[in-house]
Design a protein around this ligand. Structure first.
Ligand code: ATP
Ligand code: MG
Length: 230
């Protein structure tokens, strides 16, 4: 299945009744924001709204106070607990609209109250790096997602696009490469294991179902101290 297949899957989720949350995870530059935007374009704003995890970046001044500004984008440079609390509110589908923050790439700052999620929108698509990162407060995200997808294009292509995007946003090519190698790719290694927690792995030209349901995997590894056979 291709993008149309993903669109059909999102549409089915929107029609499933009540408020549903679709999470899209993946490494930096994997194409999460692009895919989420495509889905909203296809479904229309009455059916789906994007709430980016990026809106929960800590403010630059707070990162400097904490001494973490040089690794902006790492798991502890976000307000993960705040993100989990917002997802919990969004699941409730309250009578009133819920506002979500966004991240302004030009300002490099989060901006509160940017995205309005109306009470009748059935599908919230949330996307970001650490949706399936099980550590600390991030562990609270997965149980709030009705479905989780992991976007995994070819790494060479992903890194090239990432460098190009940094250059478009004003970095010199050499600085962009250095940032990608030092920062983005360190984060990519933390994000990679999340693939195993996804319901669906989205590859470059479509998607494939992930491995069989976890219950079908062997429950215990073989004991090396006990040779097989009688
Ligand atoms: N299918 C695609 N074909 C071509 N270019 C793409 C595709 N998907 C994404 N891109 C480009 O790759 C770059 C990264 O995509 P995008 O910003 O959607 O990634 P992301 O996963 O949201 O990254 P981040 O984790 O940094 O937010 C962008 O410049 C985007 O235009
Ligand atoms: Mg993005």
């Amino acid at each position: 299945m291709d993008t149309a297949g993903l669109e059909a899957r999102a549409r089915a989720l929107a029609a499933a009744g009540g408020r549903r949350i679709l999470g899209i995870a993946g490494a930096p530059g994997a194409g999460k924001s692009t895919l989420a935007a495509e889905l909203v374009r296809a479904l229309g704003p009455g059916l789906a709204v994007v709430v980016p995890m990026d809106g929960f970046h800590l403010a630059q001044a707070e990162l400097e106070r904490l001494g973490r500004a040089d690794r902006k984008g790492a798991p502890d440079t976000f307000d993960a607990a705040g993100y989990v609390a917002l997802l919990a509110r969004l699941r409730e589908r309250a009578a009133a609209a819920v506002y979500a923050p966004t991240f302004d790439r030009a300002l490099e700052e989060p901006v509160a109250g940017s995205i309005r999620v109306g009470p009748h929108v059935p599908l919230v698509i949330t996307e970001g790096n650490y949706l399936l990162h099980g550590a600390g407060a991030w562990a609270g995200v997965r149980p709030l997602l009705d479905e989780a997808w992991f976007v995994a294009p070819d790494d060479v292509v992903r890194v090239r696009r990432l460098v190009e995007r940094h250059v478009r946003h004003g970095k010199k090519e050499a600085d962009a490469r250095q940032w990608v190698v030092r920062s983005d790719e360190a984060n990519a290694r933390l994000i990679a294991p999340g693939r195993d927690l996804a319901d669906l792995v989205v590859e470059e030209d479509g998607f494939r179902e992930p491995r069989p349901p976890r219950a079908h995997l062997p429950r215990t590894p073989p004991d090396p101290a006990r040779p097989p056979g009688p």
